[in-house]
Design a protein around this ligand. Structure first.
Ligand SMILES: [Fe+2]
Length: 216
């Protein structure tokens, strides 16, 4: 299946579930689908598994944001099992391979991607948090919470509810998280793409610092 031939009804369903705005809307899915297809092709992955896993990987993200589920990866995997079984009538072993990709796309202790398809989704999803896209997403997210453009001393802890967001900026996210993503790539193709995106973020934040201190 070629990714551009997404069944329209399926696409609409995912779009509705993802909701509008923020860093995790359907645009995120559309971008990750393109990059996952590129990595999957180069690495020789099963593109059908990669396609369904990528399409549904964040389908319950909003439910986690609303506090309805504790882990969107687990919940999205379960949601996908139901969908693929009940509406698309796909074989059980195929559904399981898709669901496990979704469960393991979120890096957590004791749960890392193992199959090639799991690695492809994980890499593609992380790449969307890097480079120009990653910076744009971080500022969209930060802007919605009232963060600053620049924070002089990035805190040692990540943003958490109740924290004074004015102490925080997307640069903090870059220092603490985004700058480390390139080390979390699993495939050769993912690593190569991550290098360029990492370099762009370095240049952006160097330039931003120089502008903030009045050097440019
Ligand atoms: Fe994602």
């Amino acid at each position: 299946m070629k990714f551009e031939k997404i069944i329209p009804e399926l696409k609409e369903y995912v779009r509705k579930e993802m909701g509008k705005g923020g860093a995790h809307d359907f645009d995120h899915i559309a971008r990750v689908l393109k990059i996952a297809e590129r990595i999957g092709e180069a690495e020789g992955a099963d593109l059908d598994v990669v396609f369904f896993a990528t399409l549904f990987h964040d389908i319950d993200r909003q439910r986690e944001d609303k506090g309805e589920v504790s882990c969107h990866a687990e919940s999205s995997a379960e949601h996908t099992r139901r969908l693929l079984r009940n509406y698309l009538l796909l074989p059980g072993d195929f559904i399981e391979r898709v669901a496990v990709c979704i469960e393991r796309h979120r890096f957590r202790e004791g749960r890392t991607p193992e199959s090639l398809e799991e690695k492809v989704l994980s890499d593609a999803d992380k790449l969307d948090a890097m480079g120009a896209t990653g910076i744009a997403r971080a500022y969209i997210f930060g802007g919605a919470f009232g963060e600053r453009v620049w924070e002089e001393n990035p805190k040692n802890e990540r943003f958490y509810p109740g924290m004074d967001v004015y102490e925080y900026s997307p640069r903090t996210e870059y220092v603490l998280k985004l700058s480390k993503l390139k080390e979390k790539m699993f495939t050769k193709t993912g690593r190569k793409l991550a290098e360029r995106r990492h370099r762009f973020m370095e240049i952006f934040f160097e330039e931003l610092e120089n502008e903030v201190i009045g050097d440019r």
